[in-house]
Design a protein around this ligand. Structure first.
Ligand SMILES: [Fe+2]
Length: 430
């Protein structure tokens, strides 16, 4: 039995014994006496009204018939039924790219690495004009930097989908919204209409960190989101690097995690959709993936679990699975060393490698509107360390150690030199 605790499973009844009114003789009031006195319980009332919508898109309301310029791209949930997805052989175009990425980077007027771990902003590039070679190099840059940002892009959604197809066949989401405009089933709409504030009574902030649709057999790789309507302030997105999370762990824990697999489940998302009254277009599945995956192009190891969809680690006691997942979720969501926070502006597009990152949108912008369109190419079935090393005949790597080595610091050699002198092991950091 899988845990379905995040979305859609609202309590059927709420008991708040301590808060209940009592008669003056000390005995509990009867239900009918409470109804007669019109006594209500605020928490219970609120929970009974919670519906699934904070994670993705608001369902547009009747009164929303305004003259919004992007009405064609508002969300809708068509009543379609799609067959289960089948496994296919994926080739990552980053394999073909020049390791120096000269064609792409020389075309940029500025290359700005936002943090050492994750995130690069490129200026001076129009995504509509990328050559075949530059697209391959962009895939490699995204694989290495995990998040790549472009501002003021006039690329339309059809062109964004076409560019995304260069990276892989496009995913169609089973439960989230597609645009009202016909023929765009491969687009995932991100939409908040500014009419309803975020509701956190059904979920914690940490639980909203996720990688997209990791329950699929071949979850997405080089994903892109363009924001077409941005709040003046708020609605940023945070991405957290799975490479950096892996690098932060002890060699002992790294080794342990490399041998594990975890269950990723679509059940809670599908249940949440049904609870909100929208149609589930493809039957939900559970899929087992390695806890540490290797990116096929970089050869770097990344922790591949996320609070949104990873439910348990297989083959270990549940208490151990819960503790390990809690550690990893807590680290990816709260450790700023792994993260980059991107502020959006209209016509900004961000690419991320969904294989090696988790992310979350900040829902602090009520009552403003925020609207984006996502293109989501499938990648390979996640490769464990053993599978990568067998398939590619190469050793997988720790990204941090590789980069330090390029700067002349050999972390492994240094680790072997360390002699712990307990008499000197007291460090103050006031
Ligand atoms: Fe997402």
């Amino acid at each position: 039995m899988l845990t379905r605790s995040r979305l859609g499973d609202q309590p059927s009844g709420v008991t708040r014994g301590a808060a209940r009114p009592e008669k003056t003789d000390g005995s509990a009031a009867t239900d009918s006496a409470r109804r007669e006195a019109n006594v209500t319980y605020p928490l219970a009332t609120k929970l009974s009204k919670v519906s699934f919508n904070t994670f993705y898109s608001n369902i547009p309301t009747q009164e929303e018939n305004d003259d919004y310029e992007f009405a064609d791209y508002k969300p809708t949930w068509p009543k379609l039924d799609w067959a289960p997805l089948k496994e296919f052989r994926h080739f990552d175009v980053g394999h073909r790219a020049d390791p120096e990425k000269k064609s792409l980077l020389s075309a940029a007027t500025k290359v700005d690495h936002l943090t050492p771990a994750i995130g690069t902003r490129l200026e001076g590039i129009d995504l509509r004009n990328l050559s075949y070679t530059q697209k391959d190099e962009l895939a490699l840059l995204i694989a290495e930097r995990s998040v790549v940002v472009f501002e003021n892009q006039d690329i339309n959604i059809e062109e964004q989908l076409e560019l995304a197809r260069h990276f892989g066949p496009l995913h169609r989401h089973a439960t989230t919204a597609v645009p009202v405009k016909a023929g765009l089933d491969e687009v995932h709409v991100v939409y908040s209409n500014g009419r309803t504030p975020a509701d956190f009574t059904g979920t914690t902030r940490l639980e909203l960190y996720h990688s997209d649709v990791t329950y699929e057999l071949q979850p997405p790789g080089t994903t892109s989101l363009k924001i077409i309507t941005a709040p003046t302030s708020g609605g940023d997105t945070i991405w957290s690097s799975g490479y950096a999370l892996y690098s932060s762990l002890s060699p002992q824990l790294q080794k342990y995690l490399e041998g594990l697999e975890a269950v990723h489940s679509a059940a809670a998302q599908a249940d949440g959709s049904r609870a909100a009254g929208t149609h589930v277009r493809r039957e939900e599945i559970d899929t087992v993936h390695p806890v540490v995956r290797v990116h096929p192009v970089t050869g770097w190891k990344s922790v591949f679990v996320n609070p949104g969809f990873t439910r348990r680690i297989l083959g270990v006691p549940k208490a151990e699975s819960d503790a390990i997942l809690a550690l990893l979720f807590n680290q990816l969501a709260t450790n700023p060393d792994f993260q980059v926070r991107i502020r959006w502006s209209k016509n900004q597009i961000v690419f991320w490698d969904n294989r090696v990152t988790t992310h979350t949108g900040i829902v602090d912008f009520f009552p403003q509107r925020r609207h984006g369109l996502r293109a989501t190419p499938h990648a390979e079935r996640p490769l464990s360390v053993a599978e990568y090393e067998l398939d590619y005949g190469k050793k997988s790597k720790d990204r941090q150690k590789e980069i330090w080595k390029q700067h002349g610091y050999d972390a492994e050699a240094e680790e072997n030199k360390v002699v712990v002198d307990v008499s000197k092991a007291v460090v103050y950091n006031d």
